[in-house]
Design a protein around this ligand. Structure first.
Ligand code: ADP
Ligand code: MG
Length: 669
């Protein structure tokens, strides 16, 4: 291959950051915060932790922690760094993502983790037990917690972690914070660190003055990328992607193709279409290796995208925006940019958090194009018009903080002793409605008290469970109700996307399979039947296959459940089974999710023509108790078209209507 033969040592020295090794080490030595700007692929993530380790920053049991925004990125860079250092993953180099810890506390010096896990680690410090019982959270207690956290922190914007750590650092000057970023975010970030801050409240005077961060720009070695636009807007970007890939393959010299689509659905669709069309025109079908890349892809398949392309072949990686900034693929010369990505949007009024396909920003478009110029001059094919790019595309995206649900974030800040969250210096302030909504939910769950402080023990316990506070409350309530074994199973299943295979083409079989497990009480109790069946089958993959269940998802459920059991035990929850007492299970679920209750709207039509509507298998309209929104039971639910009078649901999704996913019947009397 073109790249596979160079030794890892010489590959490392070829990366742009290598020239800056001494400068970086000097700046880190002398500054509390260092911002390193450099284009994607310049070696920031994989090299800098190694430089720090080589310079002794991991001596004496300290850890160099490096956060990445996504789980996939964490795993991938960790295995890359382990390979570069020629060590076994999980020893000197390890990683931690939610529900998976591949580290050895006695040996790990460089650790990759997600922002979320880092927050949790700060809280999980053993001293938290002491901190939990002190009355006021003066800076003394925080000091103790942070002293224990002997880390050199290395983190990546965006995310609130940078702000939080910076806050911590003021009380722990020996801690080092390095923020690395691709060029585009640098300006706002360095502004953020340099502007003088608003008034922070009464504890202000205790802070060590902020030190101005060092900013280092790593010169890239990007090659020129020629941009091509479509002349007319495209109506089907999957189809347009496929034609573009095929014409590149037909007309352009060797070089891999990286395609940006939005998610598993359209990636799968594109791959299928590509296979069909390549097959139809035999001339070009040979020599194309088509690979998907998205977060839920099994590990072995993910690793394929990094393997060198065999001579005479052309690799096509069809990816989500994971390949935009977090992962670098060697050998890419052509980029096809659909102009869209899936983005999380939270609506605090309806409390709906949805992944929606939305247009990307100019900044993203430039990042995507840049992926084509890594090895030699490249080309980027934008599936939108130049006119659109220039006049309509927004220049930067909406910061994550402003489009996320805040409950988990608020509870974590509170657990860290940052009480004045309304006055907190966010890199990008979240909308007040989202903040109010979060406080309201946490208060109603009994997690926060009248002064918006964490309650003891519920609030502190909930903060230690790495799940949505509503789920945490459900788990905590199961303790008194004697059904913690069942509730932990439900929590584990709710925390993954779906345990069923995707219904495309097998909808009828899937519905029949679900009926075999369906409980009259709804999806939560159905999950218990499924889990029981899976255990009885000896966790068999054939059994899953026969029942249209996703075996990988079920294995994940077992893993998550095991983690939750350990967390529950640590919190002093007695693991007990209610032995079929479904009422106890329903009570526990309701204790966490009462805010998500909704009531069937009995329309006049049903009174007039009950039998006819029955025959039409009517899916009834519900109104949420909070907010009185019009909602429907999701077709994936076992309660679809059953129309019980009252239900509580796990979450809302909106497509053509607003649907309740995972519903359970309740009897409000
Ligand atoms: P940055 O953080 O600056 O975007 P990285 O440190 O992630 O860059 O990547 C530097 C280089 O390391 C990439 O250009 C690529 O060549 C190589 N690399 C990174 N991850 C992998 C991997 N999983 N497999 C193979 N090579 C990798
Ligand atoms: Mg990186």
């Amino acid at each position: 291959s073109r790249f596979g033969y160079a030794s890892i040592g010489s590959q490392r020295q070829r990366l742009p950051v290598y020239k800056y090794r001494t400068a970086i080490l000097y700046l880190v030595e002398t500054h509390a915060t260092t911002i390193i700007v450099g284009e994607t692929g310049s070696g920031k993530t994989t090299q800098i932790p190694q430089y720090l380790k080589e310079a002794g920053w991991a001596d004496g049991g300290r850890v160099i922690a490096c956060t990445q925004p996504r789980r996939l990125a964490v795993q991938s860079v960790a295995s890359r760094v382990a390979e570069e250092m020629d060590v076994k993953l999980g020893e000197e180099v390890g990683y931690t993502i939610r529900f998976e810890d591949v580290t050895n506390p006695a040996a790990t010096m460089i650790k990759f983790l997600t922002d979320g896990v880092l927050l949790r680690e700060i809280m999980d410090d053993p001293l938290l037990t002491k901190y939990r019982y002190v009355d006021s959270f003066g800076s003394k207690n925080l000091e103790l917690i942070w002293k224990k956290l002997e880390m050199v922190l290395f983190c990546v914007f965006p995310g609130m972690v940078a702000d939080l750590l910076e806050h911590i650092q003021r009380r722990r000057p020996e801690l080092r914070l390095i923020i690395s970023s691709a060029t585009i975010e640098a300006k706002s970030m360095s502004d953020f660190f340099q502007t003088s801050k608003k008034h922070r409240g009464p504890e202000d005077h205790e802070f060590v003055p902020r030190k101005v961060p060092a900013v280092l720009s790593v010169e890239g070695r990007g090659f020129n990328v020629q941009i091509h636009y479509v002349v007319e807007p495209v109506s089907d970007y999957v189809q347009a992607t496929v034609s573009t890939v095929l014409s590149i393959h037909d007309q352009e010299p060797a070089g891999d193709i990286l395609v940006f689509l939005t998610g598993q659905d359209d990636i799968d669709a594109a791959i299928q279409l590509l296979a069909e069309e390549a097959h139809a025109s035999r001339k070009i079908s040979s020599g194309l290796i088509v690979l998907p890349l998205y977060s839920s892809l099994p590990r072995a398949e993910q690793d394929l995208v990094f393997s060198p392309t065999p001579r005479g072949k052309r690799k096509v990686v069809i990816s989500t925006n994971i390949a935009e900034t977090s992962l670098t693929l060697e050998g890419v010369v052509y980029v096809v940019d659909s102009g869209f990505s899936k983005q999380q949007f939270y609506n605090p009024i309806s409390d709906i958090e949805n992944l929606v396909v939305a247009p990307i920003s100019k900044a993203s478009a430039r990042q995507r194009a840049g992926r084509a110029g890594r090895v030699r001059p490249g080309k980027c094919y934008r599936l939108y018009t130049e006119e659109y790019f220039v006049n309509e595309m927004s220049s930067v995206g909406i910061p994550e903080m402003q489009r996320s649900k805040l409950v988990s974030c608020v509870i974590q800040l509170k657990a860290l002793g940052i009480d004045n969250i309304l006055g907190f210096d966010w890199p990008a302030s979240p909308p007040p409605e989202a903040m109010i909504r979060a406080l309201e939910v946490l208060y109603s769950l009994g997690v926060l008290d009248d002064d918006a402080k964490l309650t003891s023990p519920v609030g502190f316990q909930a903060a230690e469970i790495p799940l949505d506070p509503m789920i945490s409350k459900m788990i905590l309530s199961s303790n008194q109700l004697g059904c913690s074994e069942e509730i932990i199973t439900i929590a584990a299943i709710l925390s993954i996307q779906s345990i069923w295979v995707s219904g495309k083409g097998v909808q009828k079989e899937l519905d029949e399979a679900k009926l075999r497990f369906a409980a009259a009480e709804g999806d939560h109790v159905t999950f218990l039947n499924v889990y029981k069946g899976f255990l009885q089958s000896g966790k068999s993959s054939q059994w899953c296959h026969k029942n249209y269940m996703n075996y990988q998802a079920m294995k994940k459920v077992i893993e998550i459940r095991e983690q939750l059991r350990r967390t529950a035990l640590r919190l002093g929850i007695v693991l007990r089974s209610c032995e079929g007492d479904i009422l106890a299970v329903r009570k526990a679920v309701t204790a966490g999710f009462f805010a998500n209750a909704s009531r069937l709207e009995v329309s006049d039509l049903i009174f007039l023509f009950p039998a006819r509507l029955e025959a039409f298998s009517h899916n009834g309209m519900y109104k949420t108790v909070r907010g009185s929104q019009e909602v429907y039971i999701h077709p994936s639910s076992v309660l679809f078209r059953v129309n019980p009078k009252w239900v509580i649901y796990h979450s809302l999704v909106s497509t053509d209507r607003q649907y309740m996913r995972n519903a359970m019947t309740i009897d409000p009397s």
